[in-house]
Design a protein around this ligand. Structure first.
Ligand SMILES: Nc1ncnc2c1ncn2[C@@H]1O[C@H](COP(=O)(O)OP(=O)(O)OP(=O)(O)O)[C@@H](O)[C@H]1O
Ligand SMILES: [Mg+2]
Length: 261
């Protein structure tokens, strides 16, 4: 029986992992048209870490994030978030867990145009059936620098501001893990930097765990570590990445051997 917390294994102390994947595989399509998007990915990420995921287009980065966040189900393997196994329960149980413990930021913001900034921000709390304190939206929007935009609609904001609303929405339920799929992909350099600093702050100040897919070596350099993916497999890891070192590694991705991290 899946319930948030009921699947906790031995260690739930501060050192426990925020995310664990064991031999996760995912194939799209069947027979001749089948694409193996993930091919036995095993990894573990500690709590309070900021990890970037990089690799060529089609290497499985988004699939990895979707499976890790419980938005998609792997064909085989185990996914644990904050000590709870996502791959074990029913759809309803998974949804409940996801709303409480996981935040997601997309490249194209995914805000609802008919709702105000404040309403968009507290939507996860409403969906989870929680009473929403009016001050909560203001608090979290102030944190991302939009405390004066509560009544605006997404259409009245710049791309960078919209993405900051999306980050506020990801933070509002105080999730353990935040997944971001190319969160700076549609932004100019300055807005990208604001978004990356917010994600970094979520980790360093608030102790959250962030996993971010990016194509940009500069964005990746904000993370504590980079995981490299190619053809659905983990092929490398770099700690304390610099933009130059990441760009260099990307250019030679095919030379690496498959690893588990
Ligand atoms: N819904 C789907 N149906 C069929 N194939 C899919 C689906 N989603 C992804 N794929 C395939 O799985 C592989 C991995 O896709 P994925 O989106 O994870 O790659 P990615 O690394 O995120 O690429 P990009 O950098 O272009 O976003 C690709 O070959 C892709 O075509
Ligand atoms: Mg992708």
């Amino acid at each position: 029986m899946f319930r948030a917390g009921s699947r906790r294994t031995q260690d739930t102390g501060p050192a426990a992992e925020a995310l664990r994947l064991v031999k996760v595989s995912k194939t799209y399509g069947t027979d001749g048209g089948a694409v193996k998007a993930l091919d036995g990915v095993t990894l573990g990420l500690g709590r309070g870490t900021f990890t970037a995921v990089m690799g060529p287009s089609g290497s499985g980065k988004s699939t990895l994030l979707q499976c890790a966040a419980g938005l998609d189900r792997p064909d085989s393997g185990i996914v644990q978030v904050d000590g709870t196994e996502l791959t074990a329960g029913s759809e309803a149980e998974l949804t409940r867990f996801r709303r409480g413990r996981i935040g997601f930021v997309f490249q194209q913001y995914n805000l609802l145009d008919t709702l105000t900034v404040a309403q968009n921000t507290v939507l996860p709390l409403k969906l989870a059936g929680q009473r929403v304190d009016r001050g909560r939206a203001r608090e979290v929007l102030t944190q991302v620098g939009l405390g004066d935009r509560l009544g605006h609609r997404p259409g009245q904001l710049s791309g960078g501001q919209r993405q900051r609303v999306a980050i506020a929405r990801a933070l509002v339920a105080e999730p353990r893990v935040i997944f971001a799929d190319e969160p700076t992909g549609a932004l100019d350099t300055r807005s990208a930097r604001d978004v990356l600093r917010l994600l970094q702050e979520a980790v360093r100040v608030h102790g959250r765990t962030v996993v971010m897919v990016t194509h940009d070596p500069v964005a990746a350099s904000y993370a504590d570590a980079v995981l490299f993916l190619a053809d659905g497999r983990l092929v490398g890891r770099m700690d304390a990445p610099t933009a130059d070192a990441v760009a260099e590694r990307l250019a030679h991705l095919g030379d690496d051997v498959t690893v588990g991290v």
